[in-house]
Design a protein around this ligand. Structure first.
Ligand code: TMP
Length: 204
């Protein structure tokens, strides 16, 4: 792979961590495609609406499977073709969100959810993951819009999610960059771009 090889970057973290802002900066830096999970495709937009904004309570495994269905379609119809064309991809969330939210938060088990997702994405996990870590107690004032079904969960749920993300990152330090989301935006961007460039050269 040449040094300007296409890279698959994902942003993870709790809601209100500023990941969408930072994702846009990486997109500009790489000339990448910006996408998100759930909802990066027309089918995914329907799934996103059903899972995040439906009135009916959703069974946890149904929730995990719907996220995985969104992801399988997203990977094969958008992410992989884009990477194959030589263009990088930056995604606001990835399969790692399912490990944290459904595996840990919903209590389905991180390994069980990993297995399902590994099949859904046929082993194509992001090359670089940036975790914008935020204490759930601090997210209140950062969320200034209406909340989705997951965002409305209790603080304990969000603490489990956070700690699962930190565990995933600690287990795979080459792939993950963990940053304190309360730091200044410019400072965060500089570190993120440095990490992405390093990962990209390592993949080459
Ligand atoms: P977002 O608005 O930050 O994109 O997040 C969408 C919501 O969906 C957020 O509450 C986290 C949740 N989510 C999961 O529970 N599992 C997943 O696999 C993904 C991708 C998101």
């Amino acid at each position: 792979m040449p040094s300007d090889a296409a890279i698959y970057v994902a942003f993870e973290g709790g809601e209100g961590s500023g990941k969408s802002t930072q994702a846009k900066r990486v997109v500009e830096h790489l000339g990448a495609l910006l996408t998100r999970e759930p909802g990066g495709t027309p089918l995914g937009a329907g799934i996103r609406e059903l899972v995040l904004h439906g009135d009916e309570p959703v069974d946890p495994w149904a929730e995990a499977m719907l996220m995985a269905a969104d992801r399988a379609h997203h990977l094969s119809t958008l992410v992989e073709p884009t990477l194959a064309s030589g263009r990088s991809v930056v995604s606001d969330r990835s399969a790692f969100s399912s490990l944290a939210y459904q595996g840990a938060g919903r209590g389905l088990g991180v390994e069980a959810v990993r297995e399902v997702n590994d099949r859904a994405i046929r082993g194509r996990w992001p090359d670089a993951v940036i975790l914008l870590d935020l204490d759930p107690d601090q997210r209140g004032h950062r969320l200034n819009r209406s909340l989705d079904r997951l965002e409305r969960e209790a603080d304990e749920f969000h603490r489990l999610v956070r700690s699962a993300f930190l565990d995933l990152a600690a287990a795979d330090p080459d792939r993950w960059l963990v940053l304190d989301a309360t730091r200044g935006r410019g400072e965060l961007t500089a570190e993120i771009l440095g990490f992405v460039d390093e990962r990209r050269s390592a993949l080459a």
